[in-house]
Write a protein that binds this ligand. Structure first.
Ligand SMILES: *Cc1c(COP(=O)(O)O)cnc(C)c1O
Length: 354
């Protein structure tokens, strides 16, 4: 609906990048959104069905049962845990709750595409620090980019979309050097896929440090992307502030029930992640053998830094009914699917004219 709006909307929204979801194309294999290929376990589906019988009631505003369950699982007191409508929502709440207008959120680039969006929506400014040539967070450069205006620093570990990690020694050195009045957000959306023992569990920092918060999600390893639930753990003052900007009831009752049921079924779900990890190694090795550059990945996807040929690769895959996620001029991210899906993808990758 063109024309001048009767009520002017925020002028800066014109420049707000929109979140590009992975495309869903009927009949095509979707390897574009880092979802896991398996549907909900029967026990989780049953919990959702049971909760569905009560949807005339509002959900528990504080998600008390889920928070106390997470508290026990993570060994973190309940008052240090907030749940959110996906961890994207928690990232936005963190910026909203910490940044005054014009203050800065700092993050690597390329990293999770939601960071610039949530930052701008929260009226803060984005500062992007390029990844190293090896597609890894450049923590020294990020440190150097911190100014008196910096409030929040996102460290995505493993990084979306490159799959690369920062390891314990370098992360500790970084955390020791970040000023105590700057909050470090360790985004561990892919934590459950990490096998490298040198990659730390961020929860150990969130328990002890006064300026570190970890955000995680049930969307990826736990397979609940469609239900929208994630959590943040960190200092009580951060969690309090994050809860204040929570959109009331946005973690719905089905999501709360499914998250608890998924924690009950964690053994089975994490076993499925092991299969994904096995496939991740196989897919990467095959791509390397075919002559592609593929950074080592600790997540459930691989990154092909194809630069100017990213869109062409994506079109080629689409011609063969495989949906991948291109980032124009930069690269292509491909989610690990079932072995059969991965085989089809590899065949398509091998036939890409290079
Ligand atoms: C997928 C993802 C999230 C979580 O998304 P939600 O579905 O909102 O929980 C958060 N951070 C990164 C880096 C992701 O890739």
């Amino acid at each position: 609906m063109p024309g001048t709006p009767a009520v002017p909307t925020r002028a800066d929204l014109v420049s707000l990048p929109s979140y590009v979801p992975g495309r869903t194309v009927p009949g095509a294999i979707k390897l574009a959104s880092n979802e896991v290929p398996g549907g909900p376990l029967p026990s989780v589906a049953a919990a959702i069905a049971q909760a569905a019988a009560l949807v005339n009631r509002y959900p528990d505003l504080g998600a008390q049962a889920l928070v106390s369950r997470l508290s026990r699982e993570l060994d973190v007191p309940e008052q240090r845990i907030a749940v959110g409508c996906g961890s994207v929502s928690l990232c936005q709440q963190i910026v909203q709750a910490l940044c005054e207008p014009g203050e800065e959120a700092l993050f690597a680039w390329r990293s999770f595409e939601a960071y610039p969006i949530v930052t701008q929506v929260a009226n803060a400014n984005s500062v992007r620090v390029p990844l190293t040539d090896a597609h890894v967070h450049d923590l020294d450069a990020m440190l150097a980019a911190i100014t008196p205006r910096t409030k929040v620093v996102f460290v995505c570990n493993p990084n979306n979309p490159t799959g690369t990690v920062v390891r314990r020694a370098e992360l500790v050195r970084f955390l020791d050097a970040v000023p105590s009045n700057v909050l470090v957000v360790l985004d561990e959306a892919y934590h459950e896929f990490v096998t490298d023992p040198d990659v730390p569990d961020g929860m150990e920092f969130a328990r002890e440090r006064s300026n570190v918060v970890v955000v995680r999600t049930f969307s990826k390893a736990y397979g609940l992307a469609g239900l929208r639930v994630g959590y943040a753990a960190g200092p009580e003052y951060v969690v309090d502030a994050v809860r204040k900007v929570y959109v009331a009831f946005s973690v719905n009752a089905l999501a709360q029930a499914a998250a608890i049921a998924s924690l009950d079924a964690a053994g089975e779900l994490l076993e499925r992640c092991k299969e994904i990890v096995g496939e991740r190694v196989r897919v990467r090795d095959s791509l390397l053998a075919a002559g592609f550059e593929v950074p080592e990945t600790q997540a459930n996807f691989v990154w092909l830094p194809l630069g100017e040929r990213a869109l062409e690769f994506s079109e080629h895959a689409m011609d063969h009914k495989i949906v991948v996620r291109p980032f124009a001029g930069d690269g292509v991210r491909v989610t690990i699917g079932t072995p059969a899906e991965n085989d089809q993808f590899l065949e398509v990758a091998r036939s890409f004219r290079r």
